[in-house]
Design a protein around this ligand. Structure first.
Ligand SMILES: [Zn+2]
Ligand SMILES: [Zn+2]
Length: 380
């Protein structure tokens, strides 16, 4: 019996649709993963079991697997705890927890990473990616927090459990691979949401054509920003950015990006989304933002960053740090994608089966064959 044939009939028993065990990658020591057979998880109240149909690899997965943070499992590093990483996935609802009627078995869904605890001040404000109880989900400190792939088991597996608040319905017109990219677009959307969200007719610069930056340029254009300027050092990535909606692309190895933005906007950008997170990029962002403009810092820098704070203060420039995809931004990103406002599939470059995760990670890490987004198909 397949999942789809039992959809929308009288609620099937869990055992009819969900197997007792599943294949899942487990993190051992740093950079050591093992494909194991694990008990398939069981959904609790307000949760569903998701059969994972596609999962994208993110640079943050490489950090979790190699170094640990920002993963936090049982209050510590994620190593040797039976933890399964992977956080950018989509799939099919395979079983419902008690009293769940918001979804049906067979529904196609993509997921947000963070469920949050639902009880802290920030969660109540919709800022569940900044939950005060991050990682508090284990015996003795259980406040119900979930961030799959960071504090709870994630998507490099055949199944995962998700809180219903983390699900976004996927239209039939959208492929599994495209739906797995929704959370990436949702992160850009959250950045623009925190900047105020009123981008129509405003100038936007995106620094760094990684996945979030590329979909950031796409999202800004879809929200009406004009012009959208993308800066970076890789010509092939900038070319994809132009296809996704950037009005201008600046090769910062050939031209000073601050001078280029001043040339294209006269007084500097109204909004800058920094997706590089380096000392150079943050200072470029400050210098290219117009007086009273806003900067979103969307990348995790490594170590301390020295910035021209005096220039920022004297020019009334606002700095916003964001993490993840809060305030239901993923729903809005999916709406733009479903409406065909940009083609996120342009950043999907490689596909592998579940068993080939090490090879998939190598492609993502070393950008083999121009890899941008590498996707695993766990049911293959
Ligand atoms: Zn990610
Ligand atoms: Zn919370």
């Amino acid at each position: 019996m397949t999942v789809s044939t039992v959809a929308r009939e009288t609620a099937p028993r869990l055992e009819e649709v969900a197997p007792a065990t599943m294949r899942a990658w487990v993190l051992k020591n740093p950079n050591e993963l093992e494909l194991a057979t694990k008990p398939a998880p069981r959904p609790g109240p307000a949760e569903v079991l998701v059969r994972i149909d596609a999962v994208a690899i993110c640079a943050t997965d490489l950090e979790v697997i190699g170094e640990g943070p920002p993963a936090l499992v049982n209050g510590g590093l994620p190593f040797n705890q039976g933890f399964t990483p992977g956080h950018e996935y989509m799939g099919t609802v395979a079983a419902l927890g008690p009293n769940v009627d918001e979804y049906q078995v067979g529904d196609r869904v993509t997921v947000e990473i963070h469920a949050g605890c639902g009880r802290c001040k920030r969660c109540r404000e919709g800022m569940y990616t900044a939950c005060h109880n991050y990682g508090a989900n284990y015996p003795g400190a259980d406040k119900g927090h979930r961030a799959n792939g960071f504090t709870t088991n994630g998507g490099f597996a055949q199944y995962a459990v998700n809180h219903i608040n983390t699900l976004v319905r996927v239209p039939d017109s959208m492929t599994d691979e495209e739906a797995a990219l929704v959370v990436t677009a949702g992160t850009s959307m959250y950045g623009f949401t925190e900047l105020g969200g009123l981008l129509a007719g405003e100038s936007v610069v995106v620094i760094g054509p990684g996945p979030i930056g590329l979909l950031g340029a796409a999202t800004a254009k879809a929200l009406g920003a004009n012009p959208v300027i993308l800066t970076g050092t890789r010509k092939d990535r900038l070319a994809i950015g132009a296809k996704l909606g950037a009005d201008h692309t600046i090769d910062s190895t050939a031209e000073d990006p601050v001078a280029a933005v001043m040339r294209l906007t006269s007084k500097g950008a109204d909004y800058v989304l920094d997706c590089a997170g380096t000392e150079e990029s943050v200072n470029q962002a400050i210098r290219m933002t117009n007086r009273g403009g806003k900067i979103c810092l969307a990348a995790f820098p490594h170590g301390l960053v020295k910035i021209d704070l005096a220039y920022a203060v004297q020019n009334n420039i606002y700095l916003y740090g964001i993490r993840g995809e809060g305030r239901s931004a993923t729903h809005r990103a999916l709406a733009l994608m479903a409406a065909g406002r940009f083609d996120a599939k342009l950043i999907h470059t490689h596909t592998f089966a579940l068993a080939d995760l090490p090879e998939a990670l190598r492609h993502a890490r070393d950008r083999v064959d121009g890899a941008i987004k590498v996707i695993l198909k766990p049911q293959q």
